[in-house]
Design a protein around this ligand. Structure first.
Ligand code: CO8
Length: 260
């Protein structure tokens, strides 16, 4: 299916999703966000696909935020009546039970930073820049930035970023725990796709449950999280892929996964 603002390619079991508005630094118009939700839902429903990578087209930006030109004329009544942002704040995370990576190739600002933070993890180009500059526009993060950035980097850094609107470079983002790794700019996509292939080659149910387990850590107490982890481990022990994985280890050969 063709989209207006998003490119979708499959490479084996990996889906590559590219926000394609380079002249507007991939600003997140409502069309982009609506299409992204559809694309991620389709990825999640396609049993041939095991991992996805989201990036921005062009050399400068992952996404420079929500589309300011679209928002400039909107009144509170417009925002409220359409419950603007409501779907976008968490819907992508809700429709994707399978793993996906944000490959941040430049500016990830405002809604762009918030979108990257919805990923299971972020790989950053050495030219990536992260920020929540909404305060400079007289507003505040609206797609989860105040919550996800604070969980990722802690109160001090998140508060400073939100109150000053300053950008964080890739090194600071890695030090702060916002990104898992920095990759030289020219190798970012290749590295992200290779990382996605590694994940795609894992037993799929175990991949989904590993994702679920880590995410539970943000939503519950330690005791409940550990209990859920143990239950998920026990469920995985009943799968064909567990028998195959452990047998393959003993027989010194790669596992052959069925996803059951
Ligand atoms: N929205 C619309 N257009 C944009 C945006 C944006 N967020 N960012 C850049 N553009 C456009 C510019 O207007 C320009 O278009 P044109 O050529 O037609 O004038 C083009 O992209 C190139 O941009 P610049 O000329 O400004 O490029 P520079 O390299 O000089 O500067 C910057 C790059 C620093 C990234 C600069 O463009 C900038 O500051 N952009 C705005 C960043 C920002 O404030 N983002 C936050 C937006 S608010 C937000 O995200 C709220 C989230 C909460 C709700 C989200 C719901 C979707």
């Amino acid at each position: 299916m063709a989209y207006e603002t998003v490119l979708v390619e499959t490479r084996g079991a990996v889906t590559l999703i590219t926000i394609n508005r380079p002249k507007a630094l991939n600003a997140l118009s409502s069309v982009v966000l609506t299409e992204l939700i559809e694309v991620f839902a389709a990825y999640d429903a396609d049993s041939s696909q095991r991992c996805a990578v989201l990036t921005g087209s062009g050399d400068k930006a992952f996404a420079a935020g929500a589309d300011i030109k679209e928002m400039v004329e909107k009144s509170p009544a417009d925002f409220y009546a359409g419950d603007f942002f409501a779907d976008w704040t968490s819907k992508i995370t809700r429709v994707t039970r399978k793993p996906w990576i944000a490959a941040v190739n430049g500016f990830a600002l405002g809604g762009g930073c918030e979108l990257a933070m919805m990923a299971d993890f972020i790989l950053a180009s050495d030219r990536a820049k992260f920020g929540q500059p909404e305060i400079k526009l007289g507003v505040a993060p609206g797609m989860g930035g105040s919550q996800r950035l604070t969980r990722a980097v802690g109160k001090a850094k998140a508060m400073e970023m939100c109150l000053t609107g300053r950008m964080m470079d890739a090194e600071e983002a890695e030090r702060g725990g916002l990104v898992s790794r920095i990759v030289p700019h020219d190798q970012l996509l290749e590295d992200a796709l290779k990382t996605a292939e590694t994940i795609a080659a894992m037993p799929p149910l175990a991949a989904m449950m590993n994702k679920e387990m880590v995410n539970v850590a943000f939503e519950t107490t330690l005791d409940t999280g550990i209990l859920m982890e143990r239950r998920m481990f026990q469920v995985l022990c009943g799968t064909e892929d567990k028998t195959e994985g452990m047998t393959a280890f003993v027989e010194k050969r790669p596992g052959n996964w069925t996803g059951r």
